[in-house]
Design a protein around this ligand. Sequence first.
Ligand SMILES: [Zn+2]
Length: 396
Amino acid sequence: MKYLVVVGDGMADYPIKELGGKTPLQVANTPNMDEVAARGVSGTLKTIPEEMGAGSDVANLSILGYDPRKYYTGRGPLEAASIGVKMGSKDIAFRCNLITEKDGKLADYCADHISTEEAKKLIDTLNESYSEIGEFYAGVSYRHLFLLREADEDLICTPPHDVIGGTISDHLIKPRDNPIAEKLNDMILDSKNILSKHPINIEREEKGKNPANMIWLWGQGKRPQMETLFQKYGVKGAIVSAVDLIKGIGVYAGMSVINVPGATGYYDTNYEGKADYALKALEDHDYVYVHVEAIDEAAHAGDLEMKIKTIEDFDRRLLGRVLDKLEGEYKIAVLPDHFTPIKVRTHIKTPVPFSIYSSINEKDSVTEFNEIAAKSGRAGSLVGEEFMKLLLKKRP
Ligand SMILES: [Zn+2]
């Protein structure tokens, strides 16, 4: 038996007035998701525990069958794994954003989406300046990594997108009297001196772009202690995603992380490529997880038309292509990781709809895939790891 899980990030939504009280999933033309629902069993899944933040990392851990309350330690360590940074058991990995500071306030959490090439040069300079404190690793655009070796401390950091327009000195790392927090806060503030006079930033300002004139550390954590997917569930897994966080989960879960050319995590992603690489991976893996970020991006942007378009692209160009070519005994599941309603433009903890089609098992009465239909599915309301257990069960 082969298993394929296809995740449309942030796909679920609320009924929308402009859509006649329907959700984007109800309105979008999605014959392939509907087919999975019509031929399989549906239900709802609580992917985000009440006490945790509604991050994609947390939600995807749940879908993969890892209770985030037990396994989630922060986004930093997941991103570290994704870019191949090895962490010791006492090391702390932070996400390091390149931000724009203006008049003591956090003006832009992403420095105008600085290019990867420009950012790399700034990260090199940071490494030269702060080698005594820790290690910087260049990532993509404004998203980088900072590693603190042998620092067993409980620090409180604030995500930069929650501080936009806020005073920087009010939102530095806490507790403020902790010596490590103090050292890191000094570095954050001092980075302004180093970065603002860097030629890259002088050039950006001349062009009217926001300079990447400060760093911001957050999302920190130690290395999670995860059993591999094979140890936990007895399946050999592969993961297809353009997003570092999701790929990092795959690394810790001992899955093959498959990079698809042209997979961007954005509207222009290579849907067909993802389908083809997933099918290829199924030849020598039991379980393949395919994640598409584009839909969530449209939802964060509050772009209803684009949300519907990316849902339709996901359905036709990825899922449809996979369904056309799948053969033998298999199960395929389709679901979002969480709600990202257009109206609120952020992640919401409401349980998500899912459908699982099995080539050998019976179906329920649900005939289409969306938030409302799934509630009457035979699988009922599942929580966290129960989804993976249902998927792998011989007879759901
Ligand atoms: Zn997500």
